[in-house]
Design a protein around this ligand. Structure first.
Ligand SMILES: [Zn+2]
Length: 318
C-alpha cells in the first residue's frame, strides 16, 4: 500500500556504496505495517492468521521484537471480527508491540487533516483495548505512505495532535519496495507457479542488499557512522515466506535486532525533518533535505528486470 517514492540520484552505485557494505556492528529495528494483512487478493481469516503466524515465527526465531502497525478497518469483516482480534492477540502473545497506522490507511497528502485525525482515533479502539488489558503501551504512530504533511504547518499541527493523544511518530529509514514484489507474489498463486514465486522471493532478497547499500551510505554521509536503522516492511505473504531469509541476511551484514524504542534513542532521531509532501522517503533523505546536504544516493534504484515485467502484466490495477 505504498508507491515507489524515490527520486534516485541517477548516479551509478559508486565505490563508497560498496565500501559501506563492509561488515561492522549495526542495529536495526523491524516494523511491519498494514496488519491484519496487506493483500491485493481476497484472503480468508484463516489464511490471514496463518500468514501472520509465519511472520511471528520468523521474528521469534531471530529474536527480533517488532512493532506491528494496525489498520483496524481490516478487522471489520462480518462474522470474522473475533478472528481479527485473535490475530492481534497472537502478536502480543509473541512479545511484539502494536502501533497505530490509522483506521483506514489515509495519507496526509490526499486526505484533510481533520479526517486523518478522526482516523487515528477510530483506528486505536481495539488495539488500545488489547494493549491496555496487558499493561502494554500504545505509543507509536506510523503515517500511511509515511506522508507527514503538505507543509510545516500541517506537520506540526498533526504531530501536536499525536502527542496530545500519547503517540510518537514512528520514522523509517530503510524500505525495499516490498509492496511491489508482494503484488506479483500474491498473483502468482497458482499450483504450478511455485518456481515463479521463488524467483520473486530471490529477486526481493537481492533488492534488500541493493537497498541496504544505499541507506548505509546515506547514514555514513550524514552522520559519519552507521545509525540505528528502522526497517519498514508490510504484513504480507511474501514476507511470511521470506522474513526468515531477510533477517538472516541482516544478521550476515552485521546487524543485531533492537526494539523501535531502542533504535529511537540514537541521537540521529533528534534531527529535524521537514514535511514530506506526497513522496514519503526514508527519514535519512528527509534529514538531508533539512540540512541542505547533497548525498551521493537517495535510496535504492527501482526494481529491475523480470519482476518489473511481471508487475506490468499482473498488477496493472495497482
Ligand atoms: Zn501502510
Amino acid at each position: 500500500m505504498m508507491r515507489i517514492r524515490r527520486a534516485f540520484a541517477g548516479m551509478a552505485l559508486g565505490a563508497a556504496v560498496w565500501m559501506s557494505a563492509a561488515a561492522g556492528p549495526r542495529t536495526i529495528a523491524i516494523t511491519i505495517d498494514d496488519l491484519p494483512l496487506a493483500s491485493t487478493v481476497a484472503t480468508s481469516s484463516t489464511e490471514r492468521r496463518e500468514v501472520n503466524a509465519r511472520i511471528l515465527a520468523a521474528l521469534k526465531k531471530h529474536q527480533a521484537r517488532a512493532v506491528g502497525f494496525v489498520n483496524e478497518q481490516g478487522l471489520y469483516r462480518r462474522g470474522e471480527l473475533d478472528a481479527g482480534v485473535t490475530l492481534l492477540d497472537d502478536w502480543l502473545d509473541a512479545g511484539m508491540e502494536l502501533g497505530n497506522h490509522s483506521f483506514d490507511h489515509v495519507g496526509l497528502w490526499d486526505t484533510p487533516l481533520a479526517q486523518v485525525q478522526d482516523s487515528v482515533l477510530k483506528g486505536e479502539v481495539v488495539t488500545r483495548w488489547l494493549t491496555a488489558a496487558r499493561g502494554l503501551p500504545l505509543r507509536y504512530y506510523r503515517h500511511p505512505y509515511t506522508q507527514t504533511g503538505h507543509n510545516e504547518d500541517d506537520k506540526q499541527r498533526f504531530e501536536g495532535f499525536l502527542a496530545a493523544h500519547g503517540y510518537q511518530v514512528a520514522p523509517m529509514t530503510v524500505e525495499h519496495d516490498d509492496f511491489f514484489f508482494s503484488c506479483v507474489y500474491d498473483r502468482l498463486a497458482g499450483p504450478t507457479q511455485a518456481q515463479e514465486r521463488r524467483h520473486v522471493a530471490d529477486d526481493y532478497l537481492h533488492h534488500l542488499d541493493v537497498a541496504l547499500d544505499t541507506y548505509e551510505t546515506m547514514s555514513q554521509e550524514l552522520f559519519g557512522r552507521q545509525i540505528a536503522q528502522v526497517l519498514l516492511i508490510h504484513d504480507n505473504r511474501l514476507n511470511a515466506d521470506s522474513l526468515d531469509r531477510t533477517l538472516a541476511r541482516l544478521t550476515e551484514r552485521g546487524y543485531t535486532f533492537v526494539t523501535l524504542e531502542e533504535a529511537l534513542k540514537d541521537p540521529a532521531y533528534r534531527s529535524r525533518d521537514l514535511a514530506s509532501g506526497r513522496i514519503g522517503p526514508s527519514w535519512l533523505a528527509r534529514w538531508a533535505r533539512e540540512r541542505h546536504q547533497k548525498l551521493s544516493v537517495y535510496g535504492q534504484p527501482d526494481p529491475q528486470g523480470w519482476v518489473v515485467q511481471q508487475h506490468e502484466l499482473l498488477c496493472k490495477d495497482q
